[in-house]
Design a protein around this ligand. Structure first.
Ligand code: ACM
Length: 266
């Protein structure tokens, strides 16, 4: 199975340009699954909830999802991308899977980062696992990397690949994802954005280095820090089905939840 990332520099508020750029980068590629960054169609630094609300879209029905459904159908590539989702009076930082057959699935970011808490509503659903051709695919978004529970739950639900649309600004996540892969025996695809945003007195630099890791926690492919690029590799998702770690150790079976599942924090 051919999987990859589409590392781009989204221009703030310029949806049409961001969608066209994505189309240009993808349209000649041959792949089964490609991952785009978090909030890839709008950019990241919203001044306030009103501005965010003006750029958020319904799923299905919004222009971004309609556009990517068509693109997925034409290219025969399943796509996972981050965008602001409007649902009644809520706005979620969501990631969407669209397939060439017209399937649409949504994950709503559970762990909001820093100033996102003043803008978005936190996700309100358990992460799910979706079928993409022969693979089982789970989704988490950016800062979810700091919470190993999310990757664990996705892996326990059977994911072979964790897709991770991101807008990373801290220096840790790419390294942490090696551990998310190893401790769960899964592939991960982190698709990060690049570039800088300066808005409303705030400034952020995004770290690029989109990457793919394998079920043994090895780096398979990594993009540059500062260039727009598509990276694609061939993987065997079935390698993520064996959770045998040593002759006598199994990643899931050897867990002892009886001794820690009741621990909670205030
Ligand atoms: C992030 O969660 N966008 C850092």
């Amino acid at each position: 199975m051919k999987v990859g990332f589409v590392q781009i520099f989204p221009l703030f508020g310029k949806k049409e340009e961001n969608l066209r750029k994505t189309e240009e980068l993808i349209k000649k590629e041959k792949a089964n699954l490609l991952v785009l960054p978090e909030l890839f169609n709008t950019g990241y630094l919203f001044r306030d909830r009103k501005e965010l609300s003006g750029l958020a879209e319904e799923i299905p029905g919004g222009e971004t999802t309609e556009f990517l459904l068509q693109l997925s159908h034409r290219t025969e590539i399943s796509l996972i991308y981050g965008m602001a989702e409007k649902h009644k009076d809520r706005i979620y930082n969501s990631a969407v899977l669209v397939t060439p057959q017209g399937k649409i699935r949504v994950y709503r970011k559970l762990q909001l980062f820093n100033q996102e808490k003043a803008l978005f509503d936190p996700g309100d659903k358990e992460p799910e696992v979706f079928e993409v051709e022969e693979a089982k695919v789970g989704i988490m978004v950016c800062f979810d990397w700091l919470f190993p529970e999310i990757a664990r739950v996705i892996a326990l639900k059977g994911a072979d690949i964790i897709c991770h649309p991101s807008n990373l600004v801290l220096p840790y996540a790419q390294e942490a994802m090696f551990t998310r892969s190893l401790e769960n025996g899964v592939y991960t695809i982190t698709c990060n954005r690049i570039g800088e945003e300066k808005r409303g007195g705030m400034k952020l630099s995004f770290t690029g280095k989109s990457q793919i890791t394998d079920p043994k926690g090895n780096l398979v492919l990594r993009a540059s820090e500062g260039k727009e690029e598509v990276g694609i590799v061939m993987i065997n998702p079935l390698l993520a089905r064996s959770k045998q770690f040593t002759k006598n150790n199994f990643i899931f079976k050897d867990r002892r939840p009886k001794y820690y599942k009741r621990i909670s924090t205030k």
